[in-house]
Write a protein that binds this ligand. Structure first.
Ligand SMILES: CC(C)(COP(=O)(O)OP(=O)(O)OC[C@H]1O[C@@H](n2cnc3c(N)ncnc32)[C@H](O)[C@@H]1OP(=O)(O)O)[C@@H](O)C(=O)NCCC(=O)NCCS
Length: 180
């Protein structure tokens, strides 16, 4: 059972879905949403399910944070951590039924903004070398491939390292169009 974020959760912003679709809300996730985040993680990555016990430490640590994309119901999530001036995307996913509508771009832009506000100057991530949708998403926001980790994933797939600077001028576009 998914738990919706509390109604009084602060809304970080919203972005338009493309075409004639309604808005999506990008809101902060906390430890209270660990079940929901695990459900979203496991729906987005059925081949690499994470238990709640793997997600909880990320949400409890002062360095970690999460975001949810909500459009009536939660349809996506992002998890990241910021250590001094470097940020890392731990995971990001959109449920299969909501893909190709701009939600990943919206939550990525929200994550970039939050990392920058937390003092990060660069943002990096690992992505499966064959994950073309994810690579296209990150490339479109200015991430460059900076390395490869051979057989990084449990199934033997290689990971690409991607990195982007986070200077204010590097944020490609504002994603919040209306204030909470
Ligand atoms: C990768 C993923 C997050 C993209 O989510 P999404 O909501 O469908 O992406 P968006 O609609 O916001 O697309 C933004 C951009 O990403 C790229 N993109 C997304 N899906 C794509 C696809 N199937 N093929 C090619 N490019 C794609 C495009 O550049 C797109 O911009 P465009 O529509 O203007 O061409 C989603 O497919 C997913 O959750 N996959 C499983 C989990 C995963 O791989 N996460 C990333 C691992 S780090």
């Amino acid at each position: 059972m998914w738990t919706l974020p509390k109604p009084n959760s602060p809304r970080l912003g919203c972005a338009p879905r493309r075409y004639d679709a309604p808005m999506v809300h990008i809101i902060p996730a906390s430890f209270a949403h660990v079940k929901l985040l695990a459900a979203l993680q496991n729906t987005s990555f059925p081949e690499d399910p994470w238990p709640e016990t793997a997600l909880a430490p990320l949400l409890i640590a002062p360095t970690g944070f999460g975001l949810l994309a909500v459009n009536n119901s939660p349809i996506g999530f992002a998890l990241a951590r910021v250590i001094v001036d470097e940020a890392e995307i731990i995971s990001l996913g959109i449920v299969p039924t909501a893909r190709r509508q701009g939600y990943a771009r919206a939550i990525l832009l929200g994550l970039i903004e939050q990392c920058r506000l937390r003092g990060a100057a660069t943002l990096f991530l690992e992505v499966a070398a064959h994950n073309e949708p994810a690579k296209a998403l990150y490339r479109a926001q200015g991430f460059l491939e900076t390395g490869k980790r051979l057989r990084y994933y449990p199934n033997g797939d290689d990971a690409l390292l991607m990195r982007s600077p986070l200077q204010p001028e590097a944020t490609p576009q504002r994603y919040w169009l209306s204030k909470p």
